[in-house]
Design a protein around this ligand. Sequence first.
Ligand SMILES: CC(=O)CC(=O)C(=O)O
Ligand SMILES: [Mg+2]
Length: 214
Amino acid sequence: MSNFANFREIGRKIVCVGRNYKDHALELGNPIPKKPMIFLKSTNSYVAEGNPIVIPPGCQNLHQEVELGVVIGKQAKNIKKDDWKDYVAGYTVALDMTARDFQDEAKKAGAPWFLSKSFDTSCPVANFIDKSKISDPHDLELYCLINGQEKQREKTNSMIFDIPTLISYVTQFATLEPGDLLLTGTPAGVCRVQSGDTIEFGLTGIIDSKFFVQ
Ligand SMILES: CC(=O)CC(=O)C(=O)O
Ligand SMILES: [Mg+2]
């Protein structure tokens, strides 16, 4: 398995889970899902620390969504829940940046979320953390501050669908490849970010990351 020292190896494809924290589903007036809700961000959405987040043209309501990322280490197809750990190389933390106004418009029209979720720089990703450094990924704390003000803080054990369920579910439909990033959904506290804002986020006591909105 690669150690993914080079960030470009991560995020080969970015598979995202939506509405995986009850309080976040409720804060946006969305139903609690009965099965995982999956969408994709393209590779061009990936951005590493030191590079800005660029607001897509016409967007008036860009939101941050801090999420635990699972980095896949081995090709995975039809994986049984009990075997999930064999397919994980490690973890990271990322922002699923969302043009909420574009998404609201798409939801009303029954149209795809591509422009709201997959514009360039819509996936700021922190460094890779080898799985040996994290004994239980369901016992981590996500946090996110905007301009020093806390907006999101939640334990990963609040996920509706845990990581074994997500890997097992997704790989029934689509093969996961080494370097693919599985974003596991955001907790409550998403809000509008604007040009000039600083977004600090991470996993408490494990990793911190900082990005600027251009
Ligand atoms: C409503 C959303 O944008 C779903 C999503 O991405 C999430 O993390 O939840
Ligand atoms: Mg999200």
